[in-house]
Design a protein around this ligand. Sequence first.
Ligand code: ADP
Ligand code: ZN
Length: 768
Amino acid sequence: MRPRGGHLSTELSTVTVDNRSVASAAAIGVLRVAIDAPLRHPFDYLAPAGLAPAAVPLGVRVRVPIGRREAIGMVVDRAEQPQVSVAALKAVRQVIDATPLLDSALMQLLRWTADYYHHPLGEVIAAALPRALRTGAPCAAQVEWWRATPAGRDAVSATALHRAPRQQALLERLAQTAHGLSSADLALQLPGWRAAARVLLQRGSIERLELDAPAEASADAQPARSHAPESGRHAPALSAAQSAALASIDASAGSYAAWVLQGATGSGKTEVYLQCAERTLARGGSVLVLVPEIGLTPQLVQRFRARLAVDIAVLHSGLSDAARLAAWRAAHSGRARALLGTRSAVFAPLPQLGLIVVDEEHDSSYKQHDGGCRYSARDLAVVRAQQCGVPVVLGSATPALETLHNLDLGRYRGLTLPRRDDQALAPRLALVDLRAHAPHRGLSTPVIDAMRRHLAASGQVLVFINRRGYAPTLLCTACGWIAPCQACDARMTVHRASGQLRCHHCGAQQPLAARCLRCGFEVKPVGQGTERVEETLRELFPDQALVRLDRDSAARPEQLDAILDSVLSGTARILVGTQMVTKGHHFPGVSLVVVLNADQGLFSTDFRAAERLAQTMVQVAGRAGRERDRGEVLIQTQYPEHPLLRSLLSGGYAGFAAAALIEREAARWPPFGRLAVLRASTRSSGGALAFLAAARQLAPAAAAVRLLGPVAAAMARRADRYHAQLLVEGAERRPLHRFIADWLPQVETLARAQRVRYALDVDPIDIE
Ligand code: ADP
Ligand code: ZN
């Protein structure tokens, strides 16, 4: 299949064609090499001396000269004619891999990604590879190996070595074996062998080899976690709805189908993924499972390990380079036939791919937010499934509006899991009107009363507040000064435990001041963060054990484990946390959930804010419901009449989604239109806006595309740079992409001239 949007690379490559020299050249044959650099076209190289271009497989890495340096690139194509003058052609210096690192299916996905997101192919390929492979590490793990040479074998009986017993012993040992021994073996058998080996090597009695390691010991470096929800390979009998879902998905094996598996937390979605995976593995296929954040869901990794009878590789951003490489190799070699990973794992090599699962498909961490190619791993999972002809399962309690729209259009097929019979009823949601019940330090009386009630009935309580730290503002009580970030248009957050003021946007830190920096009068923290809510609750409920879950309290995996353990074991009675509490954990003892500040997301400039708020609330609410008792959810708000809250309360997530889709359609926002955003930043205050205005001037006329802006970002100054954006909107995908392909190369020239940082974001999920 020809990748869609492929016109971009051809358009651009014509820029570099030197027609006169090409016309006169005979067919000479060149390799097209994609290099990790912001260059829109691959470079042409001659094959290394003595090799025909056809002898170099596509998908292997090569070392090539570029300017005065050397780079590692990927052979992505061959051509009869070079795009530069023959005289300017250089040759590949070394072919690194004997066999392709990326098979044709994966290359197809990477090309599609580069085209769709209008990003250089070389950079997309680099992002898909572990760092070690980008810098030339061998694809297979290597071991150092030693072998006696024929001359060495002859020398074993010679007397020359008798005065060097170590050399004698080493040579004898190696001569006893036909194939030699590894360094690891020798270290075990002959202490001090390496010095002897050096001498024998120089003398030509032995030789040193690098061989592919047979198999690495473990497919990943993740230690087994505690609190396994289940152990052994025992699978529960499925409910009727689960069986039906499994049967539908399984019937689509071997061909493309996109399934949306909808069901509340605890309804049994993961059980369906597991059994689908088992069936795929039994047929000889491999399985790719994408999850939002592995660090937050140790239970899930543990569950897959306990159930699937194959090696499972795990890929996520918290791994060391070595562990990442090991996991990648395990998948590439076919040894690990299941791979669990976060965003970039969508590019993991999996021969015989048979099934893709995207858990919590609505999660915003699937979208690459900053730097590099801003892809959506969820969307690419669907593309990959389509290209490979396999089913993909998108699971969520709160599917993205895009996904629901695709269901409406019949592009995706829906499967629903009702709550399981042994599961509690859906929790009862209620609003607490803060205008009628003034909160004391963030907590209203009805909320405190409900907490007392649930704790007395030995339920656990989860208090959700989407803000970490002690307080969002430090205010001078005399002159009104507010501690600002020096680098951002933002306030510093008070972190009392660490005695700091911190900016949550740029990471700046400074000691927590006791007095106003302007007038010297007393300052006080204003507003609520998790730390302060924790303090208040400890005063109100001194006898109840309390834990806090946010990025500060669970910075390390052991800390997260300890917090989860204390909630799951029931030791902790109150849990205060940020959206970290919404990520996939089951807390079966929680009977009451309190949402302290629903209002933050109600009035945002970002058209997706409402969707995110609804998802968060439903996900938090999903933690309530103790065994068979019906859970309770209290949402504090100043705006109990707000249509978003009303639709959620009366119709649940489905009710909200239906209303939100009608609004989106009226405004022609995605999924009813297509969007891209060009973001720019400069050190000077007007620079980004001026650049985007000039970029807008360059835009080719296109009736099907509308440009909106440029406008300064809602937070214009961030980390000492000024940010602005220009929206590009179109009803249809194709004309929009054609427009971008024409426009972007010109923008690029402009950016170089104006020294601007800029990035194009196709299908953005945050509009600032
Ligand atoms: P979800 O992924 O939708 O949150 P899970 O698959 O994790 O739901 O199921 C929630 C809990 O219920 C898990 O402990 C799981 O083992 C259990 N469970 C799921 N399906 C069944 C079933 N058919 N019979 C018994 N227990 C089940
Ligand atoms: Zn800042």
